[in-house]
Design a protein around this ligand. Sequence first.
Ligand SMILES: O=C(CO)COP(=O)(O)O
Length: 125
Amino acid sequence: MKIALIAHDKKKDDLLKFIRLHLEFFKDHELFATGTTGTRIIEHTGLEVNRCKSGPLGGDQEIGAMVANGAIDTIIFFRDPLTAQPHEPDVSALLRLSDVYDVPLATNEGTASAVLHYLNYKDRA
Ligand SMILES: O=C(CO)COP(=O)(O)O
């Protein structure tokens, strides 16, 4: 399964913690990430990650294009709801495309945990 991992700056530590908690799961999948998120994941977990550009420089749009082309199955995007993002239109566009193509997108840890449980269940079914 192809999984995109993204986190806004104030949520990056939370995403790293989440990935470490579910390391065995993530080892079994092909990972993609926006630039800085990807670098942090590689440094802190040793996982292989295909890095796109940084979010504000077009990374969200790159992931969006992959969604439109059927190249992403799930997105885990820890958003920061309390900080304005200069590239908010890109973020909204990615959320919209996930709805257009019915790609599961988790924007917080609770939903991400639920999605992982579902994917584990689906793998075994
Ligand atoms: O801004 C982002 C998502 O909107 C994330 O980008 P980075 O992973 O490059 O910080």
